[in-house]
Design a protein. Structure first.
Length: 365
């Protein structure tokens, strides 16, 4: 096993929807173009930038080689939007797809009606022939949770300039974060999005490295999910750069992996986890401490999310609570010491019944 010790930089451009909670507890969509500037006049803070990208809001948190610092930049970017909007009862929700009332956005910016701004690359097809719908007639809007990897050295740039190595990297993205996202994020919004966006193997080359475009923004629900998914993307890099990819890819039919992701086949995704991914992590050296699935309690919690769905533990409608907008007594930065790290979260969840009960109770409220 030659899991690399070299780290890439981590970045992202996740999208989410903005709502206002009314007195009757109903949620009213606020098209992001009504409250945020566009791409040419982005809000900017040290941690990143924010703007509207159609009906959705988008943040570009400042990249970092450290997941915890990158997650801090996400929080900084979200706070920037909250302060700019300056309205009460605002909710950010990272839905993969959302049905909107076209009458509510008829006076919106043209970006709110445009689909497929630029074509994706895909390792499985030379061309993608998706015919995007007319945004003025099609009422569903989609959000992305694309994660970027920056090749932070000349050696990394040279390694992934080789088309074979780049292809292996994208395959590893599909095999690990792609398959795991299917296994834990099983809901109708995800399934419908995958018909139009986020197919397996989709990516874009960037000046800093590459962008994996399969994931939805479900991982933006909480810092712990963000830590998990960015860690898995980084693992795909480290496995490929460490030249372990061939060993793992020999154990799967990559065409089947592609089909599982595109068709959102949850049971088959769980089977790939059990037969291929989990054994790899179980055999990982104990000294590999920065891997999000390198310890049994972390894998155990992942399997709970596979069984119950991530929303059983992290409610996407409470995204801002998880990111610390409101300090919930006994839950955030208090006696339960909630932190950014997936490792620490899983340790607390597995070892403290009171903590575990509070997490599930809060998600259900």
């Amino acid at each position: 096993m030659s899991y690399s010790t070299v780290n890439p930089t981590i970045g992202a451009d996740p999208e989410f929807f903005i709502f206002q909670e009314l007195e009757n507890k109903e949620l009213k969509l606020i098209p992001a173009d009504k409250v945020l500037p566009g791409k040419d006049e982005k809000l900017s803070v040290f941690g990143g930038t924010a703007f509207f990208d159609g009906v959705q809001a988008e943040i570009n948190p400042r990249y970092n080689i450290c997941r915890e610092l990158f997650i801090s930049n996400i929080r900084d970017s979200l706070n920037c939007i909250l302060q700019y909007i300056d309205k009460k009862d605002i909710k950010f929700i990272p839905y993969p797809s959302l049905e909107v009332n076209l009458d509510d956005i008829k006076d919106s910016d043209n970006e709110c009606f445009r689909f497929g701004c630029a074509p994706d690359n895909c390792i499985y097809d030379e061309e993608r022939n998706i015919k995007y719908p007319d945004g003025k007639k099609f009422s569903t809007r989609f959000a992305g949770g694309h994660i970027h990897l920056g090749f932070s050295s000349t050696q990394q740039m040279r390694f992934f300039k080789d088309p074979d190595n780049l292809e292996k990297l994208i395959m590893m993205m599909d095999l690990i974060p792609g398959i795991i996202s299917v296994a834990i994020a099983n809901n109708e919004r995800e399934i419908f999005r995958r018909k139009w966006y986020g197919q397996a193997g989709t990516y874009r080359i960037q000046p800093h490295g590459m962008e994996y475009r399969t994931l939805s923004p479900f991982w933006l629900t909480s810092p712990e999910l963000t830590s998990l998914m960015t860690g898995l993307v980084r693992d795909a890099f480290k496995i490929t750069y460490g030249k372990d990819a061939d060993e793992l890819l020999e154990k799967v039919d990559i065409k089947k992996v592609r089909k599982i992701i595109d068709e959102f086949n949850v049971e088959e995704a769980k089977r790939i986890w059990k037969d291929v991914i989990k054994p790899y992590y179980e055999n990982m050296p104990k000294t590999t401490t920065r891997c999000p699935l390198g310890y049994k309690h972390q894998r155990n919690f992942l399997e709970l999310m596979m069984k119950n769905g991530y929303e059983h533990y992290f409610n996407p409608t409470k995204m801002l609570y998880y990111w610390g907008r409101i300090k919930v007594p006994g839950f955030y930065k208090n006696d339960f010491s909630m932190t950014f790290g997936y490792k620490t979260f899983c340790s607390n969840f597995g070892n403290k019944k009171e903590y575990r009960d509070k997490v599930i109770e809060f998600a259900k409220e």
